[in-house]
Write a protein that binds this ligand. Structure first.
Ligand SMILES: Nc1ncnc2c1ncn2[C@@H]1O[C@H](COP(=O)(O)OP(=O)(O)OP(=O)(O)O)[C@@H](O)[C@H]1O
Ligand SMILES: [Mg+2]
Length: 404
């Protein structure tokens, strides 16, 4: 099993556990909610009974004391309305909104609209229970769920939300730590490689110059080939040194940069691969040519592998004026990439080739995103038909100086 398959399995496994824990927590709390609901129902029924009795025996002093004690201990929010629907008495409501000090004429803690709002909420939750009132008309007692019951209902969702937030933060923190670790390895390796290659390449150049003069072989094709190869090594070293430090971006015509590279690349590829560049041949972008060439090279090599060295590869350059962006679409007529792998192909180590390292696209993405502030992704792909990769770069707009 490759590391990506393993990682995916782990993700599924963790997701499965998260769902099990979440469901268990919801079911468990639901059990409590149901139990409390039953208890509150019983206590409301008791309240109604006592109230009914108190209305019948309201002139019995001793009985009134008992009733008062029972009522005070009922935490349920309750409102009683008379035969005209006017609020007659209440219980268990917020004391900071219901206290009206008659003597001090203090209205600070008295909010009449609050009662109406509470009554409205109660009517929405439970139908009122009718009783015979003092004047013989039908009065109603309303109640709503207690504060604790309401909180308990939302509790599992709040709990799950907090857990999810925690996991998300942990995930982001860990992946960014891992990414910066990867960054360090990339940059370190690249610097070291460039450094190590530097000395032998300089010596090789000197040797070639020496050979030319010693054997008087200025035009010898063999030596010319050697020089070409040394130049190639220099390009490679240059790329590595640029990856290892912050590269300078310069304003270039995208079309020209790509066609120059393809001229060079065509010579090293099978004749059966046909390259085409289409689209806007004027649009400019900020580029670092050696690094951008590396991007195109990786995409073209992958495309050539995908078409098995026979078919066509098209590069289309489009300017998106409104967004001030340049789209570079690299399309091949190769084997295609399954949709589920559109993102995976960019991960280091993912390869389907026998002799591949799976580093090409991850390096390509680094160059585009980290060094050019651009984007790269699989725009579309169909198995057996072909693939299009899209690079997006910021277009560089050149302002014409205006004379006044
Ligand atoms: N144009 C394409 N068409 C189909 N599959 C592709 C294409 N480009 C990339 N892939 C898939 O993505 C994988 C990863 O590509 P990547 O360039 O990162 O690594 P590689 O080509 O396998 O190895 P190397 O490190 O030598 O580049 C490839 O093995 C291939 O399966
Ligand atoms: Mg590759």
């Amino acid at each position: 099993m490759n590391p990506y398959e393993k990682k995916r399995r782990w993700k599924f496994f963790l997701l499965f556990f998260a769902i099990v824990i979440g469901t268990a927590s919801v079911i468990y709390t639901d059990f409590f909610v149901k139990k409390m609901e039953r208890e509150e129902k019983v206590s409301f029924q008791l309240y109604v009974k006592v109230t009914e009795q108190s209305l019948v025996m309201y002139d019995d002093e001793r009985f009134n004391d008992v009733i008062e004690t029972i009522m005070k201990n009922t935490k349920l929010p309750v409102i009683m309305t008379d035969g005209y629907g006017v609020i007659n008495s209440y219980q268990g409501l917020d004391s900071t909104k219901t206290n009206y000090d008659v003597e001090k004429q203090d209205k600070k803690t008295y909010d009449p609209a609050y009662f109406e709002r509470e009554l409205h909420k109660m009517k929405e939750q439970h139908p009122g229970t009718p009783i015979i009132g003092l004047d013989g008309t039908i009065w109603h007692i309303y109640h709503k769920d207690s504060f604790i019951l309401t909180q308990l209902r939302y509790f599992p969702f709040i709990q799950l939300g907090v857990i999810a937030l925690f996991l998300l933060t942990a995930y982001v923190a860990f992946s960014s730590a891992r990414r910066s670790e990867q960054d360090q390895v990339w940059v370190g390796m690249a610097k070291e490689t460039a450094h190590q290659l530097g000395t032998p390449i300089s010596s090789l150049m000197a040797w070639v110059e020496l050979m030319k003069s010693r054997f008087d072989a200025e035009d010898d094709p063999l030596i010319a080939e050697m020089e070409n190869d040394i130049k190639r090594l220099e390009v490679i070293t240059d790329r590595f040194s640029k990856i290892g430090s912050k590269p300078v971006l310069e304003d270039h015509v995208v079309y020209t940069v790509i066609s120059n590279f393809i001229q060079y690349f065509q010579l090293r590829t099978s004749d059966k691969v046909i390259f085409k560049i289409t689209g806007d041949d004027q649009v400019r972008a900020l580029l670092n040519v050696p690094l951008f060439d590396w991007v195109i090279e990786n995409l073209l090599k992958n495309a050539a592998n995908a078409i098995e060295n026979e078919g066509s590869i098209t590069i289309n350059i489009i300017e998106h004026l409104a967004k001030e962006e340049v789209f570079i679409d690299v399309t091949d007529s190769g084997k295609g990439i399954p949709r589920s792998k559109f993102d995976t192909v960019f991960q280091p180590g993912y390869t389907t080739r026998k002799r591949g390292w799976g580093l090409g696209l991850s390096l390509t993405r680094r160059i585009v995103e980290n060094y050019h502030s651009g984007q790269i992704y699989v725009k579309e792909s169909e198995l057996g038909k072909g693939t299009t990769f899209r690079i997006i770069l910021k277009s560089s707009i050149t302002y014409e100086p205006t004379s006044t």
